[in-house]
Design a protein around this ligand. Sequence first.
Ligand code: HAM
Length: 419
Amino acid sequence: MKYRAIKGTKDILPNDVGSWQLVEGAVHRVMRDFNYKELRTPIFEQTALFARSIGELTDIVSKEMYTFTDRGNESVTLRPEGTAAALRAYIQNNLSDQSPLTKVYYLGPMFRQERPQAGRLRQFHQFGAEALGGSSPLLDVEMMLLPMEIYRQLGVATFSLKVNSVGCDRCRPPYKEFLRTELLKIQRQLSADCQARIHNNPLRVLDSKDANDRRLTANAPLIKDHLCEECKSHFTEVQRLLDTLQTVYEIDGRLVRGLDYYTKTAFEITSTALGSQDALAGGGRYDLLVEELGGKPTPGVGFAAGIERLLMVLEKISGSLRADSGPVLFVVALDDASRRWTFAKATELRSKGAAVELDYLGRSVKAQMREANRQNAQYVLVVGESELASRSAKLKNMQTGYETPVSLDNFTLPIHSPA
Ligand code: HAM
């Protein structure tokens, strides 16, 4: 085999695409119900956009971006996430002039050069949403509800919601200093990664996966206990809303997201059906980011969810997802003249919205019947010389085996393909 897909990328094959379409359908439906409009941004952007928003010192920017210099000598990057691009589009196209609150969603491939493993790819897919212009905790909670409603509609009930507040530019800096001082006391015992983080981003020491780091930091001060009045009351209201909705959640004081732009609310949805990469979705508020990227001061909040990880959960709980529905009708032709007729009939029925298939390979009747079966066709119509002469044929229901005589001239299908 001469050419292979790039490591960490995957083909979505025809047999698997049905489950993708099922997920995408649920995303479009739920977003419509919550009145989010789709936004489609380019797959690559100026490198500085991501460096500035996600943070120079994050793993994503420092180690994982697909960055290259194009022929015009500009540094461009395949988008590692959707928020930065959505905000760039919001600012560039003055979307705030159209409405004080902009609610958008997106769906598509993202790129991060991470070490591939189960649930971690280099080209993966996300759906996500951003609400720009509103600082109400209602929107923070709406961002949690969106993925959970999509999961519910797809039959996934096994997930946990973890929420935290990461403070703002008033309460976080003094807390950060306090935490740094505490961590310096145990610096030498921490993992090498965490030792570096004490200086760069001490909050990230708290979400280290290393068991020893976790044990050592078990009593470390948490940001949620050091919030300013405004952040505290925002966080309290988020919890009150979740309680009102009777949503099960856990406050996780160690939850710090891997992107630097968050203020106040941060959340993650995890599933025990996944392995070590257990995050199905994550998000939070970023009230300083629009201004940081050159726009007017605008509060914002959003989330993004991995589609491959959701499909892994769906496969685990239901074995396999709904099999692709086959054509409503397979028209079997016995000779060349009938093949011409079946082709014309299939074209006519397709133009009326029915999924119809026929034989293109000049196969025997037996082989055509086998193919109709393999494709899960609901009905089969066999047409040969005598059927064309008598202008009638038998329509066979493949499930019951029952045959109904039909007229070839007035023949229309009773059943349309499922939408
Ligand atoms: P994130 O936590 O980096 O957040 O990614 C969100 C989700 O994308 C993860 O929970 C996971 O399901 C999926 N994901 C991330 N990396 C990979 C990977 N290498 N392979 C497979 N799936 C992956 C963001 O991207 C933020 N933009 C979310 C956000 C939107 N915050 C505010 N607005």
